[in-house]
Ligand binder design. Structure first.
Ligand code: ADP
Ligand code: MG
Length: 361
């Protein structure tokens, strides 16, 4: 087991024309399970490959345990990586696939190796597959073998690169729970990369959000959800995505008023809110963010009521997603027992405590 420290890590490709990772600083505690999330191309795989030693950083430093491994070859790092496409050796049996890494990385004798493989296979529920070749296995079984092959080595650090992306939704849910259970039992420091914010939020002790090779925010999943520090994070975390509207802020009697430039939207914040939130907040332009689940249907007479036309009602089981026209489109998530249909004119509101104000673009 080991803690990991990444300092000013940078990776350029094609002589600097592509900056895949742009000065990343990260600290991962011993035994911690960290998820790294961001859109396709934001540098997740490159970061993992540098941790594994499969890619050489352009600059920066990587420590695993107390050792500076920046210049240490992959095979001399005690790291196991699980890939999206499983990366099993097609001509080897499951047993041989699992034993191979052990032979490379440990000095166990044949009998001890066999015992470790069999024990791990039992733990992963793949003992009956040990003599099979990968092409005889289902996608879910292949991924269990890939996990087993990583676990059997008892590495210092687990790296997962979107390991569940090729599985169907139901199997993905099962495997998520299983990976968490295994990690919990084994206590091995883990970095789990995914483009799926839901997966990142449900699995991570801590979530690290990347965009364009740069760290946007990190923290406990609920903390990031409740306090996104910029518009990118606000929009990326949560589903359906946060609604945004550009507003100007003006001081009025008893508080602050937010208005959009088209006169569709006006909302008054209390003086207490303004004082509590940001001394600098007082004038200028901001982007207001409000989550679909923070919007409620209001009486047209209530304070801060906003008129909205219902464009689409999208039922998703216990809730409906309402596509609303308030000038720009807003999405609201309301209980499905609120009966509405397209064409209805309603008024909505939200609590000032649910508002996020970001620097305007
Ligand atoms: P992610 O895993 O988040 O989708 P990657 O780390 O694979 O992102 O890629 C980050 C950026 O680096 C992308 O713009 C990608 O096109 C580029 N990139 C990745 N690998 C290479 C490579 N071997 N050569 C050139 N560009 C690359
Ligand atoms: Mg990737």
């Amino acid at each position: 087991m080991a803690r990991v420290r990444v300092e000013s890590l940078r990776k350029e490709y094609d002589v600097g024309t592509v900056v895949a990772v742009d000065g990343l600083d990260l600290e991962i505690g011993d035994g911690e399970f960290v998820t790294v999330v961001g859109p396709s191309g934001c540098g997740k795989t490159t970061t993992l490959r540098m941790l594994a030693g499969l890619e050489e950083p352009t600059s920066g430093r990587i420590e695993i345990g107390d050792e500076d491994v920046t210049d240490v070859h992959a095979k001399n790092r005690d790291v196991a990586m699980v890939f999206q496409n499983y990366a099993l050796y097609p001509h080897k049996t499951v047993f041989e696939n699992m034993a191979f890494g052990l032979r490379m990385s440990t000095d166990l004798d044949a009998e001890e190796r066999e015992q470790r493989v069999v024990e791990t296979a039992e733990m992963m529920d793949i003992a009956e597959l040990l003599e099979d070749k990968p092409d005889e296995l289902s996608g879910g079984q292949k991924q269990r073998v890939a996990l087993g092959r990583a676990i059997v080595r008892e590495p210092d650090l687990f790296l997962f690169d979107e390991p569940l992306s090729n599985l169907d939704a139901k199997l993905r849910t099962t495997m998520r729970a299983e990976i968490q259970r295994l990690q919990d039992e084994l206590g091995i420091t883990s970095v789990y990369v995914t483009h799926d914010q839901h997966e990142a939020m449900t699995m991570g002790d801590r979530i690290v959000i990347l965009s364009d090779g740069e760290l946007q925010q990190q923290g406990a999943p609920t903390d990031v959800y409740e306090n996104p520090t910029n518009k990118f994070v606000g929009g990326f975390i949560g589903s359906p995505s946060m609604n945004f509207i550009d507003v100007s802020v003006e001081q009025v009697a008893g508080g602050l008023r937010l208005d959009d430039s088209d006169g569709n939207f006006s909302f008054t914040l209390s003086a207490a809110y303004a004082t509590a939130n940001d001394a600098a907040l007082g004038r200028g332009r901001y982007t207001l963010g409000i989550r679909p689940e923070s919007i409620s249907i209001a009486d047209s007479q209530s304070q801060n009521a906003i008129s909205a036309g219902v464009d689409v009602v999208e039922p998703v089981g216990s809730d409906n997603f309402l596509h609303l026209d308030i000038g720009p489109e807003f999405i609201a998530r309301v209980p499905s027992d609120v009966t509405l249909e397209a064409g209805d004119e309603i008024t909505i509101t939200f609590d000032e405590s649910d508002i996020h104000l970001f620097d305007a673009d």
